[in-house]
Design a binder for this molecule. Structure first.
Ligand SMILES: [Zn+2]
Length: 323
C-alpha cells in the first residue's frame, strides 16, 4: 500500500514520529509511533493495550518503538502501544473507563457512538486501514490464566498471508478463529488485511522473558514481511478450534485443571459454589481438549468468562460450541 500520510503526518523516509491520536469529541489522547523506513516496503501495524491490563504486549510495544530504527526498515512500522489509555490510567482491568465497554468488541467502531466506539473508529480509520499487515498483542486479563498461543481468522481474504505470519510466532498452538465481527484483528482480516493476534502473559503480570518473547515474535514476522532484513524462522504448531464456556452463576470459582493441561471428556474442570460453600455447578469437559485460558480469580460472574479450550483440527472428536 502506497501511503503518504497518516494521522495528519507526512511519512518521510528515515523519520520517526511520536504523537497522540486525538479522538473526536472525547478527552482521549492515545500514543502512537510511526517509524518510516529509509527504504520502500510494506507497512506493518502493531497494537497493544486494547485490553489495558494485558501488560506483556504493552511493554513489548513500547520497547519495540524505541528499538526499531528507521534506517534499517524496508517499509513502515506503526505502533500503538496503549490503545485503551484511559482504562490503563484508571486500572479498569481491560474495559474502556468512560463507558465500561470492551474495546475489542466494538470494532470497526462508530464516530457517533460512546467513547469506546469513537476510539475504535479512530484506530480503524487512521491505522488499520493503512496497514499491509497487522499484529495485535494480548494476554490473559487480570483475572485470567493463559498459555501463549496465537489466532488467525479462517476463511478470510488474506488467510494464507496471515497463516504465514503466524508460522513465525514461537508458540505451540494457534487457533483458527471463526469470529468475523467486533475484534480489531478479526475486522481487519475481513477487510483483507493479513492479521494475527498473539496471546502471551496472564493475571495482570509481566516478565522480562515474556516481553522478550513478544518482541522476538514481532521481529521475526517483520523479517518474514521483508521490513527487517534477514529470514523469518518458522515454528510448527498445532492448529485448534476454540470453544468457550461462560459462567452460569455468580459466586466463587474453583478450577481443577491448569492452563495448558489436556483433559478427557467427562473430566471435572471446576466448580462454582455459593458464599456458604454449597456447590452450585460442576463444569465437566464436554469432550477431549486443551485448556487455553480460564478464570483464575476466586470470584466468577454469571455470563462472564470461565474456561476457553481448544480441540485440534482434524481430530475426530465431536465438539459443539460451548457458548
Ligand atoms: Zn485481550
Amino acid at each position: 500500500m502506497d501511503i503518504r500520510s497518516v494521522a495528519g503526518h507526512e511519512l518521510i523516509p528515515g523519520s520517526v514520529i511520536r504523537d497522540y491520536l486525538c479522538v473526536d469529541k472525547t478527552e482521549l489522547r492515545v500514543p502512537y509511533i510511526l517509524i518510516c523506513g529509509e527504504y520502500p516496503g510494506p507497512t506493518a501495524l502493531i497494537s497493544a493495550g486494547i485490553h489495558n491490563a494485558e501488560y506483556v504486549g504493552i511493554q513489548a510495544a513500547i520497547e519495540l518503538s524505541c528499538e526499531l530504527e528507521a534506517r534499517c526498515l524496508h517499509g513502515n512500522v506503526f505502533i500503538l502501544p496503549l490503545a485503551n489509555r484511559s482504562g490503563f490510567e484508571n486500572r479498569t482491568m481491560s474495559t474502556v473507563f468512560e463507558d465500561g465497554k470492551n474495546l475489542n468488541r466494538v470494532f470497526p467502531g462508530d464516530p457517533n457512538g460512546t467513547v469506546a466506539d469513537r476510539l475504535a473508529h479512530s484506530i480503524f480509520e487512521a491505522f488499520i486501514k493503512n496497514a499491509d499487515a497487522y499484529i495485535d498483542l494480548h494476554s490473559g486479563d487480570g483475572y485470567e490464566a493463559l498459555i501463549p498461543y496465537a489466532y488467525y481468522l479462517g476463511d478470510a481474504p488474506a488467510e494464507a498471508a496471515a497463516r504465514d505470519m503466524i508460522s513465525c510466532v514461537d508458540v505451540k498452538y494457534c487457533v483458527r478463529s471463526r469470529c468475523r465481527t467486533k475484534g480489531a484483528y478479526n475486522l481487519a482480516s475481513v477487510r483483507g488485511v493479513p492479521s494475527i493476534l498473539i496471546e502471551r502473559g496472564q493475571l495482570g503480570l509481566f516478565s522480562r522473558e515474556e516481553v522478550e518473547a513478544d518482541k522476538a515474535d514481532v521481529r521475526n514476522i517483520l523479517r518474514h514481511l521483508g521490513i527487517l532484513e534477514g529470514e523469518g524462522s518458522r515454528h510448527p504448531k498445532k492448529e485448534l478450534l476454540e470453544y468457550s464456556d461462560d459462567a452460569p452463576y455468580t459466586g466463587c470459582w474453583y478450577p481443577e485443571k491448569k492452563v495448558g493441561q489436556c483433559f478427557r471428556k467427562g473430566d471435572r474442570l471446576g466448580e462454582i459454589r455459593d458464599y456458604f460453600g454449597k456447590i452450585l455447578f460442576t463444569e465437566l469437559a464436554p469432550d477431549d481438549g486443551i485448556l487455553l485460558h480460564q478464570c483464575s480469580s476466586l470470584n466468577i460472574i454469571q455470563g462472564g468468562p470461565m474456561i476457553t479450550y481448544g480441540v485440534e483440527i482434524g481430530s475426530d472428536s465431536h465438539w459443539t460450541d460451548g457458548g
